[in-house]
Design a protein around this ligand. Structure first.
Ligand code: 6R9
Length: 654
């Protein structure tokens, strides 16, 4: 086992418990006009590198590459000796092609203010920001930490860095000063770009004090560039420069220079299960190729008519690839929303879809389950007939949540694409194609054309259909991470040592009888119950399939008899009452759905679940609760008070 993923050596296969027979065929009109058809799989299977070269040709290169791939395992170089500028590809080339008046972003602030930014506007803003960065002494290869709310200056900052070849490192606006400082230190960043604050849940939420606290002790930081968003009072330090003072007075002209295809584009930190966060390094040509191609293929993006909205935060990889780089490279019109889905009311998302006539929505299972909990009547009040494709990312989507999403948001017409990928993979890897795939609710289905993934047992042998085990990627792909910033050895140990020659993402998966892929969560979360490896995902999905359950998190707690026993934390749906018998009812329901082996020992009804800011359930903390330990590191939790609420619910908790 790789040191980062201390699973059990005994794990051979994952039990395959959940059955699902529903299928959703692609709508005929979508299939007929789809950007990508079934042929793409064949083309890529015949010549994978030629397939990716054609995808790279969708971009504008100043100098074409010599070699598609230079692979010295596990170090890859894609489009060797090619040169291009990412910001030019995302912005200028669309203006040059006569699309300057086309909207790049409809930006919606939480308090109800809005801005419309065309590609021509974006070109000016990015050029000014690039000039300002240069004036602040930032040059090619320098690292820039970005700690901002979801305002237009955030994508502008990313693109300004890309334009001059500086490496951005976006840190979630919700992270603490300690987390920010450790990321600044690890990357040895020169500049921080931030804002006074942003609006969340109806109130200004300050960011600048956190930056001040972090930077007080960061000698590498020369300047702090501050956008005024909320107008909150901010303490000034001698490193501070206001965005409106320096950026606004710059020239709106800036000539982009081409960078090498393998020049770094950004670092994005991902918290490992143990140890310090890993600085995932992405480079220029391969990253842009795959983020743009997958956005075009998986969402069937038609730049001339679609209004696309990805609800992620740009501080998460989904925002990098599918709010900024992919959509802009494709010349899309996107919506960006600053705030939370329940401000000022729980229909805010649907109101935004109605207002902008959004056609493609990309969100996360955690959000979908929250909307289910809030009730069907809320989305029903809005006109969402414009929607034609729905996407999901971040966690396995429970079949019930998938069907709810399709029915209540997609009017039972829209395909749902369940997209599996990671910060490390840079772009989508496994997903249905909306015009091709007869999708199964809860399955990510097949590796995209050009991606070679498989499920293997612990001897690295491919499992037969119907079997479960470890997901691996067998061949390098253009947007793969190139290393962990400053730590090649950790890159090798974490991703390339568990299975010789294969990339190991750390996720469990199964192949169904048709060979379609189902993601089963992190292997660290797999439970060992009476000799069976049981995935938390399947038990959670069984719980969520009960009409009274909105969300569920499942963990294995040490048990003297069964090695581990299943402990479930459950949030009930809007109207459901917490009664005496509900625990029994749910335990029986799981037993009936998956079999007695998966019957939870304990069901705890809780008001909330601990989640990261990107919405992933932190089962590690729930294991602490279930095993009656003091609760571990909660610094990456979106809301740290949640653990207290949960502990209070537990009869045996100390
Ligand atoms: C994009 C993103 C990566 C981990 C990944 C997996 C889980 C993401 C998923 C999914 C099942 C999906 N994950 N998408 N699991 N089905 N469609 O989320 O990146 O934050 O790095 O997380 O998220 O466990 O390994 P990141």
């Amino acid at each position: 086992m790789a040191p980062e993923t201390p699973g059990r050596e005994t794990q051979e296969t994952l039990s395959n418990l959940l059955r699902e027979d529903r299928r959703f065929e692609p709508p005929a009109d979508l299939a007929a006009a789809a950007n990508v058809t079934a042929e793409a799989y064949e083309e890529a299977a015949q010549d994978r590198l030629a397939f990716w070269e054609r995808a790279a040709e969708r971009l504008t290169w100043e100098q074409r590459w010599e070699t598609a791939l230079d692979w010295k395992p596990p170090f890859a170089k894609w489009f060797v000796d090619g040169k291009l500028n990412v910001a030019y590809n995302c912005v200028d080339r669309h203006v040059e092609a006569g699309h300057g008046d086309k909207v790049a972003y409809f930006w919606e602030g939480e308090p109800g203010d809005s801005r419309t930014i065309t590609y021509a506007d974006l070109q000016k803003e990015v050029s000014k920001a690039a000039n300002a960065l240069t004036e602040l002494g930032v040059g090619k290869g320098d690292r820039v930490a970005i700690y901002m709310p979801m305002i237009p200056e955030l994508p502008v900052s990313l693109l300004a860095c890309a334009r001059i070849g500086a490496i951005h490192s976006v840190v979630f606006g919700g992270f603490s000063a300690t987390a920010l400082k450790s990321r600044i230190d690890d990357a040895d960043a020169k500049l921080v770009i931030t804002a006074d604050g942003g609006f969340r849940r109806g109130a200004p939420s300050a960011l600048k004090p956190t930056v001040d606290e972090a930077v007080a002790d960061c000698p590498s930081i020369e300047h702090v560039l501050v956008v005024r968003r909320t107008g909150q009072e901010v303490a000034q330090t001698d490193k501070d420069v206001w965005w409106h003072d320096i950026v606004e007075r710059q020239s709106a002209e800036h000539t982009p220079v081409a960078h090498d295809a393998e020049d770094p584009l950004f670092i994005l930190y991902t918290s490992g299960t143990t140890g310090k966060p890993k600085g995932i390094l992405h480079t220029t040509g391969g990253y842009l190729t795959q983020s743009a191609w997958t956005h075009h293929a998986v969402f069937d993006l038609k730049p001339e008519s679609d209004i696309y909205w990805c609800t992620a935060d740009i501080g998460w990889v989904t925002g990098h690839s599918y709010i900024v780089y992919g959509p802009l490279a494709n010349g899309a019109t996107s919506v960006i929303y600053e705030g939370t889905p329940d401000t000022p009311h729980r229909g805010r998302f649907w109101e935004i879809i109605q207002k902008y006539r959004v056609t493609i929505l990309y969100t996360a299972p955690t959000a979908i389950r929250t909307f289910m909990k809030w009730g069907d009547d809320i989305p029903a009040k809005f006109d969402m007939s414009s929607l034609r494709v729905l996407g999901s990312v971040g966690e396995p989507i429970n079949p019930e949540a998938y069907v709810w999403y399709r029915e209540h948001i997609g009017g039972d017409r829209t395909p749902v694409v369940d997209t599996w990928w990671q910060t490390e993979t840079g772009a989508i890897m496994i997903s249905p194609l909306p015009g091709v795939t007869a999708a199964k609710p809860g399955a990510a289905m097949k590796p995209l054309p050009g991606i070679v993934a498989d499920v293997v047992d612990d001897q690295a042998q491919s499992v037969p259909n119907g079997g479960g085990g470890f997901l691996v990627v067998r061949e390098p792909w253009p947007s793969m991470l190139r290393t962990i910033w400053g730590d090649d050895q950790r890159y090798i140990d974490t991703y390339w040592s568990r299975f010789e020659g294969f990339y190991f993402p750390g996720d469990g998966a199964k192949k169904d009888e048709d060979g379609d892929l189902w993601l089963l969560g992190r292997v660290d979360d797999v439970m060992l119950v009476s000799g069976h490896n049981i995935s938390t995902t399947e038990v959670e999905s069984a719980l969520v399939s009960h009409p009274k359950v909105a969300e569920a998190a499942v963990v294995g707690a040490t048990d003297p008899v069964t090695t581990q026993a299943i402990v479930s934390f459950v949030i009930l749906r809007g109207a459901a009452e917490e009664g005496e018998d509900i625990a029994k009812e749910l335990r029986d329901h799981v037993s009936k759905t998956l079999g007695p082996i998966a019957k939870p020992r304990q069901i705890l009804i809780v008001p909330e679940l601990p989640k990261t800011r990107s919405g992933k359930i932190m089962r590690r903390l729930l294991r602490d609760v279930a095993e009656n330990r003091s609760i571990g590191d909660v610094t990456t939790l979106a809301d740290s008070s949640v653990m207290k609420l949960i502990s209070e619910k537990l009869p045996s908790a100390a």
